[in-house]
Design a protein around this ligand. Sequence first.
Ligand code: HEM
Length: 142
Amino acid sequence: MHKWLVILHSLGACVWIGGHLLLSLKYLPESLRLKNQEIILSFERKFEKIGIPALLIQLISGIGLMHLYHISWFDFSTQIASIISIKFILIIITILLAVHARFFIIPKLQPSNLKLLSFHIITVTIISIIMLFLGISVRFGL
Ligand code: HEM
């Protein structure tokens, strides 16, 4: 069970982090340079079909792993518990940022509010890398 949860969790991480690195390093700079929001919108339309399921898989498999480690919600009593609780808080922040971008920024995206979307994209990408670091730290320590 533990092995399959880690496989699922790692697969979700590949999709989520890989997609955001591609967006941050290729499509976002291109879109800002050409002042063309369509470049990001076209990527988002394709990526959300696998990106959203990947994020949900992270959340569900992460909660499964949390239970396997016998850790309860917002437990900061040991290093492993703190790492996992921080990951849980970070995924909530990620979901809030994703919902805000998807429903409040993307529907009326113009060259003038590209900067606000850039902030979201860069923040979510950095959080995803921190999640990777924290995930690996469960086994290896901080
Ligand atoms: C975008 C979200 C996330 C990403 C990118 C991510 C990434 C990772 C990665 C790369 C690992 C290392 C896998 C391994 O080799 O063991 C990992 C492990 C882990 N993650 Fe996450 N994670 C995310 C969300 C979560 C959430 C929400 C939780 C729980 C609330 C969580 C709990 C864990 C646990 C407990 C491990 C240790 C698994 C083990 O080594 O046995 N993760 N995560």
